[in-house]
Write a protein that binds this ligand. Structure first.
Ligand code: PFF
Length: 448
């Protein structure tokens, strides 16, 4: 089954892996979803529980997922099957790989649509777009939401850019794209944060994000924060497993994971501070929801000296973040097609494009023409988000924790992770008990 894996690529070095994994992690989740969820979920309570979940659930799971990928050395299905077989586990574990690959494509179908909105706004920013009033900002966003053709066009453009990179290969496509975009992203973020500090109301943003009020912690906030920790670390969807499978045996999994978590979280927090400082400076509401960065921010930009240039930089930043994440959503399935079905990478990539493109068209229509077609009260767009981030990601995460903690032989885990003594015990213990327990609690609450 794994005959074609023999000549697999590996990242050029450990830093390349760290960079691509941060690229996967930092995305629309950090810059689009995180600020608006913070805004609508009561601010600091959400932020602190999110940070706690990243540390206690996200980090141990990230390590576990990279570990499976590298140990198995193949696409998510093959990696799950091989690591299970090595430890005498059932072949059913292959389903975790399947769920991840399919989940990734489902996410991509709406992710690409939202990223398309960003491309639309980047083009607007480049042509000097300004909105004078909140009303004008809202109606320009609504005009886009009501126009399935325009939305589909940008979805097509974005998906083509994404798949084009994956089709070029692991090192010459994915690694190079990240090496160009990620430094650009960091640089722009630093500039924007400094600008937010100088021209915005950073202290209001700081208080909004970090003044912890116990009364605001509700089960819903916990649920949203834990779910978001999964989403923002790209967990359970095969992306990290696929990337981990191209990691050389010498690199330390724990060390690389710490870098990914630290940098990814920092980017999210900085983006939040920059966005809220501008929002508050103009007396705008942080609770605008999904339209926060597309309605509130353009309004703020239009009223500030230098706003035109910064709005171009801002949307470029979001585009880079979305692009590098979307790439990681394509790779697991393409890896499976090339390795298990012996399909050429370019054919596999463009075939995947077609499937995701069609589903994405449905997502575009679900926001307008098909808005009344609902399942459990959710349209296709919200339904896919709910299914993937509230159900599939936590369940896959649960399965991965149980698999590495209880099914894989401890000796295999120890050999792969290269960690000894107290540090190993602490991680192993948390992964076997706290992580499954926390996920199970949150998950059953979500379905109540
Ligand atoms: N982590 C990405 C974000 O925060 O935007 C989204 C994501 C990428 C989720 C890859 C899952 C995944 F496998």
């Amino acid at each position: 089954m794994r005959q074609s894996i023999i000549s697999r690529s590996t990242w050029s070095n450990r830093w390349a892996f760290i960079l691509v994994t941060i690229g996967s992690s930092v995305g629309l989740g950090n810059i689009w979803k995180f600020p608006y969820m913070t805004g609508s979920q009561g601010g600091s309570a959400f932020v602190l529980i999110y940070l706690l979940s990243i540390l206690l659930i996200g980090l141990p799971l990230l390590i576990a997922e990279i570990l499976i990928g590298r140990r198995g050395g193949g696409n998510p299905v093959a990696a799950m099957l091989d690591t299970a077989e090595e430890s005498g586990g059932s072949a059913w574990w292959g389903l975790v790989g399947w769920a991840g690959m399919i989940g990734a494509l489902l996410i991509l179908s709406y992710y690409s649509v939202v990223a398309g909105w960003i491309v639309d706004y980047l083009c607007k920013a480049l042509t000097g777009f300004r909105v004078e009033t909140a009303e004008a900002a809202r109606s320009s966003f609504e005009a886009l939401m009501d126009n399935p053709l325009r939305m589909s066009l940008w979805h097509t453009v974005f998906l083509t850019m994404t798949v084009g990179v994956v089709a070029r290969g692991v090192v010459s496509g994915i690694e190079i794209a990240n090496k160009i975009m990620m430094p650009g992203l960091f640089l722009i973020l630093v500039l924007l944060t400094l600008w937010g500090w100088k021209a915005g109301d950073m202290s209001a943003a700081w208080h909004f994000m970090f003044d912890f009020r116990v009364g605001e912690v509700t089960p819903d906030v916990i649920l949203a924060a834990v779910g978001h920790a999964f989403f923002s670390l790209s967990l359970g969807m095969g992306a990290i497993m696929a990337y981990g499978s191209y990691l050389d045996k010498k690199s330390s999994i724990v060390h690389t994971s710490l870098w990914v978590v630290a940098a990814g979280t920092l980017v999210g927090l900085l983006a939040g501070l920059a966005i809220f400082s501008l929002t508050f400076r103009h007396g705008l509401e942080p609770t605008a929801g999904a339209g926060l960065i597309l309605q509130t921010l353009p309004l703020a930009f239009s009223h500030m000296p230098g706003g035109g240039v910064f709005s171009i930089l801002f949307f470029l930043l979001v585009l880079f973040a979305a692009w590098t994440s979307a790439i990681s959503l394509v790779e697991p399935f393409v890896a499976w097609l090339t390795e298990n079905q012996d399909i050429r990478r370019s054919v596999a990539a463009w075939g995947t494009w077609l499937a995701v493109w069609i589903l994405g068209l449905g997502v575009c229509l679900s926001l307008n023409r098909w808005a009344d077609y609902r399942l459990f009260g959710l349209n296709l767009f919200d339904g896919l988000d709910f299914l993937t981030s509230r159900i599939m990601m936590p369940l896959s995460g649960l399965a991965i924790a149980i698999f590495v903690g209880w099914v894989m032989r401890r000796a295999a885990v120890e050999e792969e992770i290269q960690l000894r003594g107290k540090a190993f015990s602490a991680w192993y213990h948390v992964l076997r008990t706290l992580v499954p327990l926390a996920i199970a609690l949150v998950f059953f609450h979500a379905l109540r």
